[in-house]
Design a protein around this ligand. Structure first.
Ligand SMILES: O=C(O)C[C@H]1C=CC(=O)O1
Length: 96
């Protein structure tokens, strides 16, 4: 099942730089693993914002929830989710 996810990162302004750098590095490692595994299908920066638009490919809403909760930056993100289904005019066989 595909989900459109928008994540907006809001790190506390008083977070020590080292802690922020560690969180970002851990997030990057997991994000890249999930992309290699096919779970995190698309990851785009929203221009001008510390935010992204992503497409996740997971079994169901529970699996998406569990994946998002694992993200190191999860406690510092606002997350909006939209469930997606196949568009009848899509030419992409893997849109499901
Ligand atoms: O930078 C972000 O948008 C937040 C998060 C998502 C992937 C990643 O590496 O960090």
């Amino acid at each position: 099942m595909l989900f459109h996810v928008r994540m907006t990162v809001k790190l506390p302004t008083d977070m020590p730089a080292e802690q922020a750098a560690r969180l970002k590095a851990d997030e990057k490692e997991l994000a890249q693993r999930l992309q290699r595994e096919g779970t995190w299908r698309h990851l785009w920066r929203i221009a001008g914002l510390y935010a992204n638009v992503s497409i996740f490919d997971v079994a169901d809403a529970q699996a998406l929830h569990d994946t998002l909760m694992q993200l190191p930056l999860y406690p510092y993100m606002d997350i909006e989710v939209m469930a997606l289904c196949r568009h009848p005019s899509s030419i992409h066989d893997d849109d499901r």
